[in-house]
Design a protein. Structure first.
Length: 182
């Protein structure tokens, strides 16, 4: 990617956001299977996912003529399918794993994430990387500010939505900020 940007590269990177999120979820769900001494189920689902990825990649690149963009979307769709399949199997393996408390917490996290995503998008829109930003020192402050503000927004939204995982983070921030220097 060169300064000045490229719409195709931006679209590809945008499409690859979905697989990044769902691959993270995959690793979390796979750990639940490993905890039950089941390493084969994630393996079989992954083999199916690879086959589906090849099929979708061929369809998207050759039939729809999407090129590299099609490869990114194939990976995105496959990552979603893989997580859904593992989640369904996990619900049958461990009944009650997704109870009302868990579903409510997940919904709250999704809401906080979506709102934080909107804020992050607006921050990137207000502080874009320009063709004149040729050095680390011209780009890094923007990146650091966007990252810090996005994190803060997510933390505040998590507190407002009563996501209990925000509590320890706030306590650690307070401990670091208000501790006596040695």
């Amino acid at each position: 990617i060169v300064n000045g940007g490229n719409a195709l590269y931006a679209s590809i990177l945008g499409a690859l956001v979905v697989p990044i999120v769902f691959r993270s979820l995959y690793h979390i769900i796979a750990r639940a299977f490993y905890a039950h001494q089941d390493t084969k189920t994630p393996l079989y689902v992954s083999i199916f996912a690879i086959a589906l990825n090849v099929i979708l990649a061929i369809i998207f690149t050759m039939q729809f003529d999407w090129g590299v963009y099609g490869l990114a979307w194939a990976q995105g769709i496959v990552s979603i399918v893989e997580v859904v399949i593992l989640s369904i199997i996990l619900m049958k393996l461990v009944p009650g794993i997704f109870d009302n408390k868990t579903r409510t917490a997940l919904i709250r996290m999704v809401i906080a994430t979506l709102l934080m995503g909107i804020v992050t998008y607006l921050l990137v829109y207000m502080m874009p990387v320009r063709t004149t930003d040729l050095s680390f020192w011209s780009v890094f402050p923007k990146f650091a500010l966007i990252t810090a503000l996005s994190f803060l927004v997510y933390l505040i939204l998590s507190s407002i939505l009563r996501i209990e995982e925000a509590g320890p983070v706030w306590r650690k921030i307070k401990a670091v900020m208000f501790s006596k220097a040695s």
